[in-house]
Design a protein around this ligand. Sequence first.
Ligand code: IVH
Length: 703
Amino acid sequence: MSPPIPVASLTPFEARIEAATLREQVARWDTAYHADDAPEVDDATYDAARRRLVAIEQRFPDLGGAASPTRKVGAAAAEGFGKIRHAVPMLSLDNAFTDDDVGEFESRIRRFLALPPDQPIAFVAEPKIDGLSISLRYEDGCFRQAATRGDGAEGEDVTANVRTLIARGKLPERIVDAPQVLEVRGEIYMTKADFLDLNRRQEEAGDKPFANPRNAAAGSLRQLDPAITAARPLSVFVYALGDCSGDIAPCHSEFLRRLRDWGFPVSERVETVDGVAASSTDGLLAVYGRLGRDRAGLDYDIDGVVYKVDRFDWQQRLGFVSRSPRWAIAHKFPAEQATTRLDAIEIQVGRTGVLTPVAHLQPVNVGGVVVSRASLHNEDEIVRKDVRVGDTVVIQRAGDVIPQVVAVVPDRRPSDSLPFIFPDLCPVCGAHAIRAEGEVAKRCSGGLSCKAQVKERLRHFVGRTAFDIEGLGDENIDFLVEGGWIGGPADIFTLEARNAASLTPLKNFKGWGDRKVVKLFAAIAARRTIALERLIFALGIRQVGEATAKRLARHYVGFARWRAAMAEAVAGENEAYHELVSIEDIGPSVAGDILAFFAEDHNLTALDDLAAHLSVTDAAAVVAGDSPVAGKAVVFTGELTAMTRAEAKARAESLGAKVVGSVSRKTDYVVAGPGAGSKLAEAQKLGVAVLSEQDWLTLTGGE
Ligand code: IVH
């Protein structure tokens, strides 16, 4: 065979022909490898073809196309689905559990929008469908793309699978008079009848039955082969708007009407609750009562009721806090309970060394879900409830949380049972388990010499909302830690070089084929560039969750500045410390945990070792957009008239500004309304720019 023409010498025509052939070939080999587990060619042939296709697509970018298998690069291909970045993030909902929570939700909205007490608020109340969320993108009135929620920012491309729902008439393929771009969001689910039917077929075919309709729906949608999805009875309800290029409706209820007109399925149990002057809460609770009563009779699982502010302009003003909208809440139904036998109590060791007791149970169905494990929380809870191995226990499941043991059934206790003795030693490394004064948790004192802690920290570090490294799942982390390949985060980034130099490289081990190793290294390499907020979150500092990590990142903007400020703040109550506790939601307790991390030399060494392998993206660059206030520190003082303080703050933060409480040299703007006092004086003294509320609105494009 003659050697191939160098890519640089291909004519556009030759390139087009060859790219099409290669694409078809690579896609077929991908399917054979991933979906059928039956590779058609050896790794070298596959890699050569793929590399050539990438090279051609790079030289002739027009040939790429969204459908090219090269779009499913490395990590993504490991899971088999391409990734889609959501044009508008897919967020979750805050929960309400009591009637008071619902009243408080309405009051918060009233306060935020500064509505007079007699102004009614109309809401839409909808069943909260227990399925998996989906984003459906229509362009020029045609269905184009479907993505799962994923981590909210990026989901999996399940377009081919959703087309099977279109083919079955469950969703429209075309919609008329629609905006050029319209993203409709909803929930894929399986009806209870279809679920029972499917499980019957699964069992007949000798396959494992699904635990509940939700799992069945998820398992069916996430099939690499759309033919399998097509054979599964999935259904869908739509309930929200994502990206949209035009004005579509003034309010949510109107939007749902349009969706129905276009042929989208909208739950028949959606109700509009027109506010009465004093409050809408009673009306919302009435819907909750009705749906709760009818829940068992519905043909689909619901786990609560979602209340949404009807007016879109108000939704817009209310905006989001962290990952949930202020204009909607999910009112959950009470937890479902069941009794079963507790067979054993296992002690698990977490990321920070906390020993957590976990109950192993005789599997039992709790409200449609088979449960075999439940949390026992901590030593005190076991003593308080006097939970013993062999007991019959009451367990409950609420939403997505881990099922819990709520009580023991005393008269079903075996006569020979003994109280459970919580261990004094770590069950993994044998170090002493210590309970600090005032704490409920017993912790392993082994620190990084405890394999369980090392593994849990690594799991957190590579998790979806942290470094998101695919190919480093639980089993692989176990293997790499046990085998001495990885002991801490920095080792992940030196793994490839050490592997190359090793006499027994990874590919020689069972379960580590060449392709798998190459993919893992590609996934790791892709994360050498990381956003500051992800890095901060990944460190696993106590009390520093995603929202706090984001606040820290936005405030300090760059890694070097954050690192230096924290090192300075460790020294005592200096300016750096005051700056840290001036950040919203960071009080002395959270600051204490952050600084406890920075006070440990080994943490600093680990952090610096890690940072040496990374290029950390500044937070402002991520959030700023092109707002002139991005990255600026702003203080609001005095009375505001056009919006409430909370609204002003939320808007400023959404534009990438940092809202701080006190004026210092580092403040960029002080927005002063009538009645401003000492902060205004301080700003004038320090020469900080002072803006009126109107100036601020002009600057931020608000008016
Ligand atoms: S609205 C911006 N409406 O519940 C928030 N969500 O716990 C948009 N869900 O991720 C969501 N039924 O998957 C909305 N009628 C409904 C829903 C619903 C179920 C799911 C959805 C969301 C999750 C939040």
